[in-house]
Design a binder for this molecule. Structure first.
Ligand code: KG4
Ligand code: ZN
Length: 355
């Protein structure tokens, strides 16, 4: 059976992304980033994001079709992110997807953005011309997925294709958010996460210890707001002493990043200790691009004989529509759905679409 070509749209936050996928294979994954627009605000400004999505969607759809060398008549399905995300940003993508669905007479599947991050590890590049076509091996379930992004930190049990159960989450800030906020305290710009990673490489992660949060909570949840306050207090103290060198700043970046990732690894270890059923551990979300995070989590899961599966390129870690297209293949059963679709800014990955 030939799988349909899916055109997928994600406008959940500050990237306008359109992709074309077939099964797990990516034919196009175009991301029109708004980072430059939001830099001046030090974070995502919703009305600016909405306007940029409105302007960018049509050219991004055209660019994806061009890249995939396909025409709309060759597509079989459309998919769009329904949530979670910024309500005005989601709205633009949903309405545009509905418009395309009418114009091209194609069914439209609503997808959860976090599910996209979970299955981003399954995405595969288009095989080179002349090479043998790939046969994707289905994953061995259950899989434990760890999603670390700018808005979410989740431990998710993937019990089958398209089936999820959240085991733990952050009760306040997400790890990416806290890296961005602390990076801003030392003027690293926006988003600070990737620059903080670079600076951390030049520093000593053991130089300044930060307390590990939530060790006695008895659950698999995370909390980063206390670490953010500890970082602010620490920096204020250093400024008062005025002896803080550039090397100290590198050491601070390395130590803070190490502490954040240690907290994530600590709860991951708790889950593995409690339940040894997992056959794979997956990592996704914007912060999954960070090499130190990958290394720290690999060290945690190694004693259990597990390997860490990560997306095949960094573009698939951050927000992108290819992951939405890959997820859509698991939800053909969602058709037909009521139209117009309602955005779901708070949609949890394990909440049923109709609930
Ligand atoms: O998944 P994503 O693109 O958007 C959300 O759904 O939130 O994640 C964005 C987050 C930002 O906080 C950004 O600073 C962080 O991912 N990030 C990184 C790195 N690359 C992106 N954090 C640490 N190291 C990186 N290399
Ligand atoms: Zn995301």
């Amino acid at each position: 059976m030939t799988l349909p070509f899916i055109l997928a749209i994600d406008t959940s936050c500050d990237e306008t992304s359109v992709a074309i996928t077939q099964g797990n294979t990516i034919y196009a994954n175009v991301v029109a980033s708004q980072v430059q627009l939001h830099k001046q605000y030090g974070g995502v400004f919703p009305t600016v994001a909405k306007q940029a999505h409105l302007e960018q969607l049509e050219p991004t759809v055209k660019a994806a079709l061009r890249q995939a060398q396909l025409t709309p008549s060759q597509l079989g399905l459309l998919a769009v992110t329904l949530g979670p995300g910024l309500a005005p940003a989601l709205e633009v993508g949903i309405r545009y997807a509905e418009h395309l669905s009418q114009e091209w007479q194609l069914p439209l599947i609503p997808i959860n953005h976090i599910e996209g991050h979970v299955v981003s590890v399954l995405a595969q590049p288009l095989p080179r011309q002349g090479s043998t076509p790939r046969h994707d091996q289905p994953p061995h379930y259950p899989v434990l997925s760890v999603i670390i992004s700018g808005k979410h930190c989740d431990y998710i049990a993937v019990t089958g294709p398209g089936q999820y159960q959240r085991l733990g989450w952050t009760v306040d800030d997400a790890a990416g958010e806290v890296l961005d906020k602390v990076g801003r305290m030392i003027d690293l710009g926006y988003p600070a996460g990737p620059i903080l990673e670079e600076w951390a490489r030049r520093g000593d992660p053991k130089r300044f210890p930060f307390p590990l949060p939530m060790t006695t909570s008895g659950d698999f949840n995370l909390s980063f707001s206390g670490m953010k306050t500890a970082a602010r207090n620490f920096l204020e103290q250093q400024q008062a002493l005025t002896t803080f060198s550039q090397q100290d700043i590198y050491n601070f970046c390395a130590s803070f990043q190490f502490a954040v990732f240690k907290a994530i690894g600590y709860k991951l270890n708790k889950i593995l200790q409690t339940n040894s059923q997992w056959s794979e551990v997956w990592l996704g979300g914007g912060v999954a691009a960070n090499r130190a995070l990958r290394d720290q989590l690999r060290a945690v899961i190694k004693p259990y004989g597990l390997q860490l599966k990560v997306p095949y390129n960094k573009r698939l870690c951050g927000d992108n529509a290819a992951m939405i297209g890959v997820a859509a293949q698991f939800h053909l059963d969602r058709l037909p759905l009521d139209s117009p679709l309602d955005r779901r800014p708070q949609w949890k990955v394990d909440e049923h679409i109709q609930s």
